[in-house]
Design a protein around this ligand. Structure first.
Ligand SMILES: Cc1cc2nc3c(=O)[nH]c(=O)nc-3n(C[C@H](O)[C@H](O)[C@H](O)COP(=O)(O)O)c2cc1C
Ligand code: SF4
Length: 413
């Protein structure tokens, strides 16, 4: 039976998150002290060696992103770091847990990453409904400032950085990094054309590092225990640990930090207690709305970015929504399609009209009055066309659940 391996969630439930003294007692802020005694390039080297991949969904190398941002311009007036705490992907609540239970770990990760790229200012962009996380982070920032970890000449190192908190207004699209930067600049949440990437031209046109909460909160452990230790954990293609959030038809829904490469079966049956009412497993939606359905043939595939890809699945944010034999795949697919229709910002015609059209096309299947195969084939064709012609990844997302539905469940709808 598999057990959790808590690294990023090491302190969750064990310390008082409102007391900096509790965090310091467990070794908190020592990684920052250690980092400040090294050069920024050495910290980036350590992150590259750790092979940490971003935990926000895309799985891009954290060290490479830091390297690109630090090299973007030799003498910028400003360089920014933005912590992405928008967490809008359905079924995902891992960042909220980290922020509520161990806010200083997020701040320490932000400060180390900020130092590595020479950021002059850091921001936390957090969804406005996360009241408790906002309160805990606000208290933690004040305490860290009073203790000399944030501000001018941190711990006598000569490095200075400020940390600000900004609230999002509930748009899913504002979790997308470039849209988030627009929102932070006070504009409407419309995406920007990529490239240029934020590393080159980000917030107010300056080089900007955007990282997810879980990614940043993992950095202190890597600096403390070393990149080699971290890189030896979990799956080869994406080492370390990952926090998965399990919901739906499981007996014990919740959050679980495990080494990457853990099997879906272990997550569902060992950690989440199995299927409720002892029913049979039917499906799991991995990665949220912009994720993929899988059936029981994927239960023993190691959960890593690349190995899941070979099954036509994505790891994404780590959300796992479990469906039992009595759950309706039609209903969940209908709500995913409605979600995309609602969250499309409307800038591209193909996404604005296409997301609405997909809802209409699915209606006969939702009502169970049509043969699924030809309709799904047409919907996938449309979703692929949308993916090719949309400005941002939201327009590319409906293709993921639809393709996987067709691959695993076309004759069970
Ligand atoms: C529609 C959309 C919504 C997103 N929402 C989030 C989010 O809520 N939180 C997040 O960290 N990343 C989100 N992302 C991914 C970000 O664009 C970005 O890749 C991430 O913040 C980078 O951090 P990482 O490298 O640490 O993963 C979203 C992407 C898209 C396309
Ligand atoms: S793809 Fe959709 S969400 Fe993205 S910019 Fe175009 S209309 Fe907006």
């Amino acid at each position: 039976m598999i057990k959790e391996r808590r690294i990023t969630l090491k302190n969750a439930g064990k310390i008082d998150p409102e007391k900096i003294s509790d965090y310091i007692r467990t070794g908190g802020y020592r990684a920052l002290e250690k980092a400040l005694q090294q050069s920024p390039a050495a910290i980036i080297g350590e992150m590259l060696q750790s092979s940490l991949r971003g935990r926000g969904g895309a799985g891009f190398s954290t060290g490479l992103k830091e390297k690109f941002t630090s090299e973007a311009s030799k003498t910028p007036e400003e360089r920014f770091l933005v912590c992405n705490a928008d967490e809008g992907e359905p079924g995902t609540f891992k960042d909220r847990i980290i922020m509520e239970k161990d806010p200083h770990r997020v701040i320490e990760g932000i400060l180390i990453a900020a130092y590595s790229i020479g950021a002059t200012r850091a921001f936390i962009y957090i969804r406005g409904e996360y009241y408790k996380s906002i309160r805990r982070l606000t208290t933690a920032v004040e305490q860290a400032r009073d203790a000399g970890y944030i501000g001018e000449n941190i711990l006598g190192s000569g490095y200075s950085v400020s940390v600000g908190i900004r609230l999002g207004a509930g748009s899913y699209l504002c979790g997308e990094e470039l849209t988030m930067l627009e929102s932070l600049e006070g504009k409407r949440g419309y995406p920007r054309i990529k490239p240029p990437f934020p590393a080159e031209k980000g917030l107010f046109g300056f080089p900007t590092l955007v990282n997810n909460v879980e990614t940043l909160a993992t950095i202190p452990a890597i600096i403390t225990r070393g990149a080699k230790w971290y890189a030896a954990l979990g799956a080869e293609d994406s080492p370390g640990t990952k926090i998965f959030t399990l919901s739906g038809d499981v007996k014990n829904p919740g959050y679980f930090e495990v080494e990457t490469g853990t099997r879906l079966r272990q997550l569902i049956f060992d950690l989440a207690g199995g299927i409720k009412n002892d029913e049979k497993f039917k499906a799991a939606l991995i990665g949220g709305a912009a994720g993929t359905f899988v059936d029981e043939t994927v239960l023993d595939t190691p959960m890593s970015y690349d190995l899941l890809k070979s099954k036509g699945a994505v790891l994404g944010s780590g959300a796992v929504i479990v469906l039992s034999e009595t759950a309706s795949l039609r209903e969940i697919t209908r709500s995913i399609l409605e979600f995309f229709k609602h969250e499309s910002c409307g800038k591209c015609v193909l996404c604005r009209v296409g997301t609405a059209h997909l809802v209409q096309m699915f209606q006969p299947l939702a009502e169970g009055i049509a043969d699924p195969e030809p309709i799904l084939a047409k919907m996938i064709q449309k979703a692929e066309y949308m993916a090719q012609t949309s400005l941002c990844p939201l327009g590319q997302s409906p293709m993921l659940p639809l393709r996987s539905l067709n691959r695993y469940f076309s004759n069970q709808l």
